[in-house]
Design a protein around this ligand. Structure first.
Ligand SMILES: [Ca+2]
Ligand SMILES: [Ca+2]
Length: 286
């Protein structure tokens, strides 16, 4: 029988979660009906301000999941978003036409901004939206980063799941703020944001045992709207570019077993401790 001799270890994986910016992408329409006369369809998405202060978005940059800050990136013109306000960005469609598309589903006070797509495109097979502050470069972590799945044959918009805040639910006309478009069979709630979702931790990495040289994957999943942001830390220091919900520690050794934390902010926090038992394969016997 193979016996693994534990030579050491302990790592603490702790995380605190906070809501990053008070901005959230609250709706995406990546696939539209071709009904209507004339048929109107254009990608659009909605950005909402959950903060208590106006957000100046002038000069901010957005793109899909692959374009980054340069390829096809769109720079936001002069735009201020009041607390509680949602703005609609629509690709290549005049605001007046967008309003005729949605009719009474779209409040007259909602700001509708048209952007020109040179490379950006919200794919009906799944994509994402990234939003950066002015002056961001390729290495800058987006302030807002959301993904959404394949639209399939459903032409309703993607909206935040009411439990997780992830952009994975679908609008249904007559449910919550969603209505049918005036012009065709689409459903959505342009300009109307959903209620915020309190920050909470849904799952954390469980204890793991690895051999020296192996890989440890730490993970945390948090709910919230606006979406939480993550920053992993090691011994209290931020790990460069470790801003996802998972962190892979490759070539793990006893010396690696230091305190690793994921930090995100103020409204909720939790700490998890992972005991990572590293076993030296050279010390194993049969
Ligand atoms: Ca599309
Ligand atoms: Ca909406």
């Amino acid at each position: 029988m193979k016996r693994l001799i534990p030579i050491l270890s302990l790592a603490m994986a702790a995380m605190t979660v906070r809501s990053n910016a008070q901005l959230a992408v609250t709706e995406v329409h990546s696939s539209q009906s071709v009904a209507g006369d004339p048929a109107i369809h254009a990608d659009w998405w909605e950005l909402s301000n959950y903060g208590t202060e106006a957000a100046d978005l002038t000069g901010w940059i957005f793109n899909d999941s692959t374009g980054g800050t340069t390829t096809g990136a769109v720079t936001v013109p002069a735009l201020s978003l009041a607390p509680g306000e949602s703005v609609v960005f629509v690709e290549g469609l005049d605001a007046a036409v967008f309003r005729s598309w949605w009719g009474s589903a779209l409040g007259s006070e909602v700001q509708v901004l048209t952007y020109t797509a040179t490379a950006i495109g919200l794919s009906s097979s799944g994509d994402g939206i990234r939003l950066w502050r002015p002056g961001a470069d390729a290495a800058t972590v987006p302030v807002v980063s959301v993904d959404f799945g394949a639209a399939g044959t459903n032409t309703a918009t993607f909206i935040p799941d009411p439990v997780t805040g992830l952009l994975s639910a679908r609008s249904e006309a007559g449910v919550a703020a969603a209505q049918a478009a005036a012009n065709n069979g689409d459903a959505g709630s342009p300009g109307v944001r959903p209620a915020p979702i309190a920050l909470s931790v849904l799952s954390l990495t469980t204890n793991q045992t690895v051999n020296p040289g192996g890989t440890v994957v730490l993970s945390v999943q948090a709910a919230g709207l606006p979406r939480p942001a993550y920053q992993w830390r090691r011994n209290g220091d931020p790990v460069t570019n470790a801003t996802g919900s998972t962190l892979a520690l490759t070539n793990f050794t006893a010396a690696s077993a230091t305190s690793t934390t994921s930090n995100s902010s103020a409204r909720a926090s939790t700490t998890a401790r992972n005991r990572l038992r590293s076993s030296d394969s050279s010390a194993s016997r049969t």
